[in-house]
Design a protein around this ligand. Structure first.
Ligand SMILES: *Cc1c(COP(=O)(O)O)cnc(C)c1O
Length: 394
């Protein structure tokens, strides 16, 4: 028997920006008996899940559900709408934008990267004017897609996706808009249809409050049309067979039955709370977390006041402090799991996730753990972040 959490009493405070805590209701539904995915009950259930996920993406178009993590859904999106050697424009917001770009290169695309000129592009939201400028120069329309990250999980910066669509349209450029909302969907406001995304990529283990294991591609009519003439070899990722099977609530291969039970339950919870209420709750908790950061006298990785993430807050530690030692202390002493600094900010920053099944007191517990761990590192905060957050939330 695997024993992971019996070395510490009390609950484990999972405050990394994904996987996020899975609510007991969702865990219980995942434990229902696995049924025949080709049997009569499954089709009706499949149709309910497919209709529910459209509401979460705020789309009337089909949503592909893959048995894969977010990375698989990234690849699925690219191989369905791009041909080998196609030029693709990436905007560097942080580590996840970079990883997606590296994946694109490995599968034979030609990524080009832009970012905020003259500033650390890992601290700001997407400057849509730069995308417009670049596309205007592409008079031959060689760039086939613009790939952006909605909620950059490595930095805690959420970009304005509607502005990116406007930029592409203003440049009168036919490039498709591909959006990674792996960590945004379900926690940060997201409107697939209204914002004009062609493919939105998401995953199960962030805002959707599920374990890792399923990934999504929300489509647009244009993405489906383009996919029909794409020559990139693919089989498992191909949308056409999945879309055909989905019409009756089935999948061509075995879907992740039990995770889909969980998805059904999680969507019920989110829709009962109301998506706008869910988004407002995340904004409020994020704001409380930022009050704590200011009180401590620490620096938020995000400098863009328009683009603070409702999903997570990335905090730079003072010179000389090792963010990983702070995290180690929080885990060993308080059973609190904080997010690691990714890529070029490893050791220099840590992240507090406040996404999914999070409320005032779960956030307060995390902030207490951080404050005590900062003290243990010898840091003298300007003031108590815990008190500042309490004042804000009361
Ligand atoms: C987590 C994450 C991914 C990768 O998803 P996996 O499920 O780890 O494959 C991609 N993009 C963003 C923004 C993420 O937060």
């Amino acid at each position: 028997m695997l024993k992971l959490d019996n070395h510490l009493s009390g609950r484990h405070f999972l405050h990394i920006p994904g996987p996020s805590p899975v609510p007991p209701r969702v865990l219980r539904s995942i434990s229902y008996q696995t049924i025949d995915h080709r049997g009569p009950e499954f089709g009706a259930f499949g149709l309910q899940v497919l209709a529910g996920i459209q509401k979460i993406f705020q789309t009337k178009q089909p949503v592909i559900i893959y048995s894969a993590s977010g990375t698989g859904a990234w690849e699925g999106a690219l191989v369905n709408v791009l041909n080998p050697g196609d030029k693709v424009l990436f905007y560097e917001t942080g580590q996840f934008a970079n990883l997606w770009r590296a994946l694109a290169k490995r599968i034979g695309l030609e990524p080009e990267v832009i970012g905020k000129v003259g500033q650390d592009t890992w601290r700001w939201g997407i400057d849509a004017d730069l995308i417009e400028e670049r596309l205007r120069k592409d008079t031959q329309h060689e760039i086939k897609a613009v790939c952006v990250v909605h909620n950059e999980t490595s930095t805690g910066v959420t970009s304005n996706i509607a502005a990116v669509r406007k930029a592409i349209d203003a440049a009168k450029h036919p490039a498709l808009l591909l959006v990674d909302s792996v960590s945004g969907l379900g926690s940060a406001e997201y409107r697939h249809d209204e914002w004009g995304a062609d493919v939105t990529i998401a995953g199960s283990q962030k805002g959707l409050m599920l374990p890792p294991g399923i990934g999504f591609n929300a489509l647009s009519p244009r993405a489906i049309e383009v996919s029909k003439s794409i020559k990139t070899p693919k089989s498992y990722w191909a949308w056409d067979e999945i879309l055909e099977s989905n019409k009756t609530g089935y999948w061509p291969t075995t879907p992740s039955t039990n995770l889909m039970y969980g998805l059904h339950e999680a969507m019920d919870m989110m829709l009962a709370e109301g998506l706008d209420t869910v988004f407002a709750r995340h904004q409020r908790l994020a704001q409380a977390c930022r009050q704590a950061v200011v009180a401590w006298g620490l620096e938020n990785q995000c400098l863009d006041t328009e683009c603070y993430s409702p999903v997570l807050t990335c905090i730079s530690v003072p010179e000389g402090m090792d963010a990983d030692l702070l995290r180690k202390h929080a885990l060993e002493k308080f059973n609190l799991s904080l997010g690691i600094g990714l890529g070029k900010i490893k050791g220099k920053a840590f992240r507090i996730g406040h996404l999914g099944d999070c409320n005032e007191l779960s956030l307060m517990a995390a902030l207490s753990g951080v404050e005590m761990s900062l003290g243990a590192m010898g840091f003298k905060p300007k003031a108590s972040g815990v008190v500042a957050a309490q004042e804000f939330l009361k």
